[in-house]
Design a protein around this ligand. Structure first.
Ligand SMILES: NC(=O)c1ccc[n+]([C@@H]2O[C@H](COP(=O)([O-])OP(=O)(O)OC[C@H]3O[C@@H](n4cnc5c(N)ncnc54)[C@H](OP(=O)(O)O)[C@@H]3O)[C@@H](O)[C@H]2O)c1
Length: 291
């Protein structure tokens, strides 16, 4: 049976992957988090891989506190740059395919059209820089990798914008949300399915003994683009919540970490290479009542 090891298993993407595995009965999955394996520990990571011998590793483990990272640079780089390096090294020893998740925050946001995989990254935050370093470390250590940059992840699990908006609306009659940062929300369940699609394709190609040509970097989010304000508006609309929602500019909502003003990802490479259709962001927002 094909073995899939998911690191960061208690995070929102890890949980989202776990929620769909009943559709993939030909695979054996194992979900682990920092309590079982700290990916910053090279020796333990190698040992863990030697014991389990996964065919695929999906690395969703990360330091994701974007604002706190500004003052915890060392920790952010340890988890987001050294951790992926350790995983890549462990994968290289066992011929394990590494699927690693990265971010739109590797870009500075000064482009006016969706970012392609060929655009030069230029992070403007510690978090973005640490994630870019993680990408580079994987590229340097192990060619059999797929790096997926995604954006604005949300899911029924963990902390995310959708859950925060719904929680705030319970106690506040009015909310102000930034209207001049443009990106694309990504339903983590859609990303989970896209990752499994890659794995299925890979297994199929190997069975047919065809050359694998799809290692490298890909962009994936839902289709379309919006501001955080548009996103919030849609969340309240779908959930029939009446609230006085006010648009504000980034200059009126200062945060410790700078965020790209524009970080829409161009998904053409992913869609073409994996023959995959992506749903519009507006159609994918969940209503907790329907869960
Ligand atoms: N969330 C977004 O909006 C977003 C956007 C773009 C890209 N991404 C990327 O998508 C991926 C998944 O994000 P997510 O939202 O699912 O993140 P998340 O909810 O923060 O989950 C990350 C998980 O990794 C664990 N972890 C932290 N340090 C670890 C270590 N040293 N060893 C092993 N596990 C460790 C965390 O445990 P603790 O909670 O105990 O620290 C957490 O369970 C990440 O690579 C992130 O950078 C996220």
């Amino acid at each position: 049976m094909t073995k899939v090891l998911v690191t960061g298993g208690k995070g929102q993407l890890g949980k989202s992957i776990e929620s769909i595995i009943n559709q993939y009965s030909d695979f054996e999955f194992r979900f682990i988090d920092v309590d079982e394996l700290d990916i910053c520990d090279a020796e333990k990571t190698e040992q863990y891989f030697n014991d389990y011998k996964p065919d695929f590793c999906i690395n969703t483990a990360a330091y994701t506190a974007v604002d706190i990272a500004e003052t915890q640079k060392e920790k952010a780089f340890l988890v987001n740059a050294i951790g992926p390096k350790n995983l890549a090294l462990a994968c290289s020893k066992l011929n394990t395919i590494l699927i690693h998740i990265s971010t739109d925050f590797v870009f500075d946001g000064f482009k006016k059209a969706p970012y392609t995989e060929d655009d030069a990254p230029n992070p403007i935050s510690v978090y973005g820089a640490s994630k870019l370093e993680g990408e580079k470390n994987i590229q340097a250590e192990w060619p059999k990798h797929i790096i997926i940059r995604t954006s604005w992840l949300y899911s029924p699990y963990g902390n995310n914008f959708v859950k925060t908006m719904l929680r705030l609306a319970e106690t506040r009659p009015e909310l102000s949300v930034v209207n001049d940062q443009i990106g694309t929300p990504t339903n983590a369940l859609d990303l989970a399915e896209a990752i499994m699609h890659i794995i299925l394709k890979h297994v199929l190609y190997e069975r047919k003994k065809q050359a694998i040509e799809f290692y490298g970097i890909y962009h994936f989010s839902n289709e379309g683009q919006c501001s955080w304000f548009d996103f919030a508006k849609k969340i309240f609309e779908i959930n029939n919540i009446k609230i006085n929602l006010q648009p504000i500019s980034t200059s009126n909502y200062l945060t410790p970490a700078k965020r790209p003003i524009y970080s829409v990802l161009n998904k053409s490479k992913f869609k073409e290479k994996f023959n995959y259709e992506v749903d519009k962001w507006e159609d994918k927002i969940f209503n907790p009542k329907n869960l």
